[in-house]
Design a protein around this ligand. Sequence first.
Ligand code: PNS
Length: 170
Amino acid sequence: MDVNSRIAVCPGSFDPVTNGHLDVVRRAASLFDEVIVAVGINASKSALLEADERVRLFEQAVEHMPNVRVERMDGLLVDLCREHGADLIVKGLRGGADFDDEQPMAAMNRHLSGVETLFLITDAAVSHISSSLVKDVAQYGGNITDMVPAPVADAVYRAFGTHPPKEDEA
Ligand code: PNS
């Protein structure tokens, strides 16, 4: 590890990763030397996809981003940051509801270890996309193919036993 390099961690449950998450990671990768995507467990949510599958799908989605890697996070985010010498957390903010969720987490992480959280305002083109809405749409056979990478759409439809609408139904 280069002591001068700036490493940022993009944490989330990514259940599943969406084009909105990828926009934030892409922008973080242009701001920092290295970005570590930390795929974790949110104790207040139950996941559709297994953690290892969420990691694999994120890895596929960032294959073309040379300074981004993906790690599974089983413990505290601040411990992962310390282990990897990362001094910043980067997250996307879509609006006030996200702020309400993120503010206590950012304050807690800073309290625990001094690590700062930097928020990037989500691009308007993807600000309506969330993992939970993607799952809600897919569950009823709606079209998610323009909101997540293709392998992610396949995995989500498979998990629900549904499929995207046929061309003439779309
Ligand atoms: O995408 P999410 O659900 O907002 O991600 C939340 C996540 C996984 C980043 C958060 O729950 C987390 O950091 N979990 C790891 C355990 C931890 O550090 N908990 C204290 C958070 S202040």
